[in-house]
Design a protein around this ligand. Structure first.
Ligand code: ZN
Length: 126
């Protein structure tokens, strides 16, 4: 079963950000794919553990973009420093990827090791 066309939209499904047609396509796939259902359930559990974002006033995005446009351009990095920063960024990215990929199987399916216990308890609750 090819899950690739669906995998990237699971978070959008959990967030309610997909069109009706795309939701139906994912639901059909989820009815046949336990792996994607487990991933969707994990994403939903993670979302339930996160606090709700504060409300954003209308026009906030435009206000931020105006302020950013009004700021002077940041200074350029010294040519010697850029490769070191790139190397450091690669190391950070590799460590972060390792942390995100440290997924273990449990009796509930895929769960990351970094999921707090209270989230797991909430997910396993009644
Ligand atoms: Zn799938």
């Amino acid at each position: 079963m090819n899950c690739r066309p669906y995998r990237d939209d699971l978070q959008a499904l959990v967030d309610g950000e997909l069109s009706e047609q795309r939701q139906e396509e994912l639901r059909l796939h989820l009815a046949q794919c336990a792996r994607c259902r487990a991933r969707r359930d994990l994403l939903a559990a993670l979302k339930a553990c996160l606090p709700a974002p504060p409300p954003v006033s209308p026009g906030f995005g435009q206000s931020v973009m105006k302020r950013l446009a009004a700021r002077p351009a940041p200074p350029r990095l010294a040519p010697r420093l850029a490769p070191r920063l790139a190397a450091f960024a690669c190391v950070v990215a590799i460590v972060a990827a390792g942390a995100l990929l440290s997924v273990r199987r449990s009796r509930h399916g895929l769960e990351p090791d970094i999921l707090p216990d209270h989230c797991l308890a909430a997910r396993c609750g009644p």
